[in-house]
Design a protein around this ligand. Structure first.
Ligand code: AKG
Length: 273
């Protein structure tokens, strides 16, 4: 078992961030990058969805990574023992491009309560200060959800360009530098961002989101998840089927059902703000 020590668990709850952990080897990193390339080459009408949400529903390779003990054991430790896989998607910045991620807190938009939600961010290429690694404000998850606004900035990688609408004290920011195959764990309410990639190589990360089974989805959507550790005594999320291969039609259909519903809800919510 790749469990966390009591001190590491305490540090996660104190800081809202824990890294680095070696979780997948070079062959897995290559397989994950190949899976990413397959999704990037998928037909336009499904591409955005499979790259940004529940990617493991359409790829056995990605499902395998999301269920790896090296990741799930540690995730379960910070979630209190049981863990469900809720979503996963890629954050890709090509070499020397202006794309960035604005300061935000994930919980603002996800409708999940309580806050027992964690992201395992797995580096698939070097994630350095130069290539625009994630930056976090340790401890910010212990404060309130800050006001956010939708900027829709063209080079913002977030779907609505959502951004914390008050000043963030960047002097407190910590660079989450990761080598390929390493992961960080970040709390759903921690303030985080990332700058453009100034390096000569692509920066790619696979952000895998996990929840404790008692978490509830408050938004009006039939949400789904996959139990990956322990027991689910709550049944708050419909059970997801495991994928049967790589981008197979039946798996894509399962994925698209959820994606279409999520998109419709997001548009309705955006129209109200
Ligand atoms: O990969 C990045 O630069 C940002 C990742 C992020 O916002 C997230 O995983 O919640």
């Amino acid at each position: 078992m790749t469990t966390l020590s009591a001190a590491e668990i305490a540090r996660y709850h104190e800081d809202g961030i824990l890294f680095p952990f070696d979780v997948i080897g070079p062959a897995d990193v290559a397989a994950a990058n190949a899976a990413l390339a397959r999704l990037e080459a998928a037909p336009k009408e499904i591409r955005k969805g499979v790259l940004s949400s529940k990617s493991y529903l359409v790829s056995q390779t990605l499902y395998d990574i999301c269920t790896r003990p090296a990741i799930v054991d540690r995730v379960a430790d910070v979630l209190g023992g049981n863990a469900m896989l809720w979503s996963a998607g890629f954050f890709v910045k090509e070499a020397s491009t202006p794309h960035y991620v604005s300061w935000h807190q994930d919980l603002t938009y996800w409708g999940l309560t309580p806050e027992d939600v964690v992201t395992a961010w797995v580096a698939l290429t070097p994630s350095t200060v130069e290539s625009g690694c994630m930056r976090v404000i340790p401890g910010s998850h212990r404060g309130a959800i800050l006001p956010h606004s939708n900027t829709y900035a063209a080079t913002n990688l977030l779907s609505r360009g959502q951004e914390i609408a008050v000043a963030v004290d960047e002097a407190k920011a910590v660079d989450v530098v990761l080598a390929p195959g390493q992961m960080s764990l970040h709390h759903v309410k921690i303030a985080h961002n990332s700058e453009p990639n100034r390096a000569a190589h692509r920066r790619a990360g696979f952000a895998i989101r996990y929840i404790a089974p008692h978490v509830l989805q408050q938004r009006p959507i039939r949400d789904t998840a996959t139990l990956v550790r322990g027991v689910d005594r709550h049944g708050h999320f419909a059970v997801e089927p495991a994928p049967h291969g790589e981008l197979l039609e039946a798996d894509i259909e399962v994925h698209q059902r959820h994606w279409r519903e999520a998109q419709a809800l997001m548009q309705a919510e955006a129209a109200r703000t």
